[in-house]
Design a binder for this molecule. Sequence first.
Ligand SMILES: NC(=O)c1ccc[n+]([C@@H]2O[C@H](COP(=O)([O-])OP(=O)(O)OC[C@H]3O[C@@H](n4cnc5c(N)ncnc54)[C@H](OP(=O)(O)O)[C@@H]3O)[C@@H](O)[C@H]2O)c1
Length: 364
Amino acid sequence: MTTIHLAVFGIGNVGSTLIHQIQKIKSELLKSQHIAIKIPVIANSTLAFFANDNEMNWKLDFEKFSEPYTIEDVIYHFATLNVEHAIAVDVTASNHFIAHYETLIKNGFHIVAANKVANTLDYNFYKRLRNVLKANNKEFLYETNVGAGLPIIETIKGLLQSGEQITKIKGVFSGSLSYIFNQFSEGELPFHQVLNNAVNQGLTEPDPRDDLSGKDVARKLLILARELGINVELSDVKIQPLVPKHLNGSATLQQFNVQTHQLNDVFSAQKLKLKNESVLRYVGWLDTAGNTLEVKLISEPKASPLGQLKGTDNLFEIYTETYKEQPLVIQGAGAGKVVTARGVLSDIIKLSRHLQKINVGKFV
Ligand SMILES: NC(=O)c1ccc[n+]([C@@H]2O[C@H](COP(=O)([O-])OP(=O)(O)OC[C@H]3O[C@@H](n4cnc5c(N)ncnc54)[C@H](OP(=O)(O)O)[C@@H]3O)[C@@H](O)[C@H]2O)c1
């Protein structure tokens, strides 16, 4: 039997759902795979609960017994347990938590993250993290950084390992922007009403300009580019933002909300320019020929995979030497706590099975 100890950092939407999913599959995993998963540490930004393991009632225990902590307290707690393999799970939305990665790795932890920050900072940090992982024989899995539970990074890695040359990746990487342009392109509603509908259904960030700025799509594109070995920074991504400067920057959310009708003319003009049987899509576009990375609004034939996109789905078209004319297409829900937690859990199990096979990288 292989025992995996987890320290779960972040108990918001994804973290709580993940703990719940682990509790549900625990006994089956032990029976069928001979892998025991334990969660001796659960933490948010200020408090942690230390135990031997956490059971179904972890929320109550956390409320009653959690205490202020440092990362060293977590490392110490793991050292006091008979830990075979340790994984730190970063399901925070924090810019700061990644500062602990190096300490955790050097103290025996592998990392599984939904948090994108470590992969989107400057390239020096990205490279340094990989060097530290290699030097300490540790793994870092982050499938949910792009497309939530969809197997995007794994597919790209598999293609590269099998000698495929990836030439282009193009797709809709944002659920909210997928919804907005799927509705706007084919319906009759003016743009501001489609946007309001998306906000009212909770599909956008609280300030929808965070989605409309294109930055989140750009971050995902950057992660994919780096996966292909392209040495780029976020500033290298050419972004066509969907909000004009005067409605962003110093304009408050309230000021923006009462002026969203100003967006109508811009997008109606784009819609009028569409050729027959075409629709608008806001895409991330990576071309390896010139290492170009763009986030832009394009016209797409209705009959294409991107043109047929519905609801809030994400869609990734991957072009390679083999998938030249017809791309390899991955489509499905690209956000949401359940699919994201499932993706994180899938990374944890993949890593556990790897550790079970090689039985190296034991906690030190
Ligand atoms: N939700 C999705 O659909 C989705 C999809 C793909 C990826 N993701 C990624 O998954 C991550 C989690 O998302 P979420 O929706 O679960 O966020 P969330 O609901 O805002 O929860 C964030 C959690 O992280 C904790 N946290 C913040 N800073 C921390 C720190 N320095 N150390 C330890 N814990 C810290 C917060 O604790 P406090 O309450 O104390 O602040 C909170 O428990 C994010 O990085 C997000 O980008 C989410």
